[in-house]
Design a protein around this ligand. Sequence first.
Ligand code: ZN
Length: 475
Amino acid sequence: MNYSGFDVYERSIHKAQIEEAEAEVFMAKDDASGGGDFLVVSGKNHGFKGEPAGGKIRAPLNHENADALRKLFPFTAPSRVLREERSFGLGDRLGIATPGHIKLFERYDVYPVFAQQSIRELNLTNRTYEDVLDAASFAVFREDFQKGWGADGDHLKTVKDVEYALSLGFTMITLDCSDHIKTGVSEANAPPPPEKYTAKYLGKQFDIGEGIVLSFTGTELGAIAAIYGEAIGFAADMYGRFLKDGKYGADFEISIDETASPTTPLQHYFVARELIDAGVSFATMAPRFCGEFQKGIDYIGDLARFEKEIKVHAAIARHFKYKLSIHSGSDKFSVFPAIGRESRGIFHIKTAGTNWLEAVRVIAQVDPALYREVHQYALSAFDEARKYYHVTTDPGKIPGLASLSNAELPGLFENNNCRQLIHITYGLILNKKNGDGSFAFRDRLYQIWRRQEDAYARALERHIGKHLDLLIHSI
Ligand code: ZN
């Protein structure tokens, strides 16, 4: 739409009152010079920096202007959506998925966490938390999404990283306790439980409602205390340092999912109870569930056992009044109905990789030649990438590219081995350089994604929509 001489995003036209003066801000496209989108500010300027353009100010989409936007239009800043009944993390590693996600979350009674990245993901994509937050804010502004959205400093482990995310206004901290969870401890080799726990737990029945009663034997308690004691102390310390006084306005998620073995219901109960008794207030906890939640593919494991265990995990969360958080939620279609049902529709789910896979599927659809290059490179980088992931990918089970017509390439995204191949190599693909130092794929990929924005939005609507449908229709 042409507006004030600019090619404008229609939904981005916003007005605000500043000290009795009116300001108008909108976002426009710059297809001619290829310089990308920008903001146009007229009337009273409240902190935007840019160049004069036709009596207005043309302001680039940088961090300074994103900060100005968040101040002027609070809906473009993240809020504490983890406190809502249903929330969903979208780990948009490329910074381009939010417009598509918005179309979906406008329709569902679920609150999105558009900004969600771990430090590892930042490193692999050459991004900063500033970029991640700003990309979401600009998209929310452009599409006039006023419902509220969250920003998650995901899987943070250190004081420095938590401080980094909170200082930018992230509204959720996922504390990764895995480095403090002891491995190699079992009931056979654990020391006896410390005295402070024996009086509290032994010989007692813990009725968590719904006909579920938990009790600990001495050896069980000894092992659980040995495995989780230090992690509980770590979480309590981080809570006291950053979240207790509420000055950052952020919610706390306890993540104990990155462990070698599943979290048993007794372990879950113990960790929650000890944290709460230590005065730690948290919105969500992510246990590790039985079976395998591998990247970008459906659940692998015993469905009946999963259903039995999630019933107890969900009851524990209800008892202590927090939500279960399900990590690696991309494509876990066979367990979503049980998660929706047993949590009674109160959950947080995280996805990330599947949003990247949909972006690459678009490449396979519209630029088969580039897709073939990327795929070939991914195969050559597979051994390097697999060091960092637990996946059962067998590249030998992916059809050879030479045997496939261009029209058959998108179909590779129905093949779990191919999904995981492309999933775990994302950082290597994005960072691969040519001999002259230029990016081998990154710039070309982004160019296409920019041109194919509508196709990507439709793909996300369909694919993430399938996640939401299965979670919600079972409630
Ligand atoms: Zn996790």
